[in-house]
Design a protein around this ligand. Structure first.
Ligand code: TIU
Length: 226
């Protein structure tokens, strides 16, 4: 398939491409989680949920591989460096008890992926202790086992976990595309900057496109090379 993208069209084959959904968790999107304890207005992030749902449904329908990530720490916080836990002056720190359970701890209610985008059987779910999806996770091995060479990214936040994951993936040789209307930041200006810098210099990190371009290609797979 070939879809309109910036800075130039993006080519991919369904069976070598995975949709990677970064950290669409209650901890970032709902009040009372990690995102809000950092002082952010979390309501901005909910706006992308409908477009993410549409893409996820179409990608599943087309039979594409789906990877969900969660920023999550072990209950004993053994995978949370003090430098991360002690940074800044949040209202609640990682591991503290908040209204949705312990902040950013695996298995807690607030750490779950939001219901609207919940994983289904057969989809990969990666718990990651860092901002990037590859650091200290089995993601690269799982993608290699499945012959994946191309990654389509959605999720939050654009300039933190999405950008870090996309840069990690780019350095590992994946052709990456970010769906612009399926990612969001607590800081609109940072989203704009991140999108622009990722695709600058001839797609130095990767491509960007709007979901309509992907949806149109998925509707008409015969329109491009499959
Ligand atoms: N704070 C912020 O913008 N993001 C994070 O801490 N994690 C993710 O982006 N998932």
């Amino acid at each position: 398939m070939l879809i309109p993208a910036q800075p130039f069209p993006y080519a991919f084959q369904m069976d070598h491409t995975a949709l990677v959904i970064i950290d669409m968790q209650r901890d970032f999107i709902e009040p009372g989680g990690f995102g809000e304890t950092l002082g952010n207005d979390v309501s901005l992030l909910a706006a992308i949920v409908p477009s993410c749902q549409t893409v996820l449904a179409a990608w599943r329908q087309a039979g594409g591989m789906v990877v969900h990530t969660r920023e999550a720490h072990a209950a004993d916080l053994s995978d949370c460096p003090p430098a991360k836990r002690l940074r800044g002056n949040p209202r609640l720190r990682i591991g503290d008890v908040g209204p949705m359970g312990r902040i950013l701890v695996a298995g807690e209610p607030g750490n779950q992926i939001i219901d609207a985008l919940a994983p289904v059987a057969g989809e990969i779910v990666i718990d990651k202790p860092g901002k990037g999806a590859f650091y200290a996770t089995p993601l690269q091995a799982l993608l290699a086992q499945n012959g994946i060479t191309h990654l389509l990214f959605m999720g939050v936040t654009t300039e933190v976990c999405v950008q870090t994951s996309m840069r990690e993936a780019n350095d590992r040789g994946y052709d990456c595309l970010l769906l612009e209307d399926c990612t969001e930041s607590y800081f609109p200006a940072f989203k704009t900057s991140a999108v622009e810098m990722l695709r600058a210099q001839g797609a130095i990190v990767g491509w960007t496109a709007f979901s309509a371009a992907l949806l149109q290609a998925l509707d008409t797979p015969e329109s491009g090379q499959r």
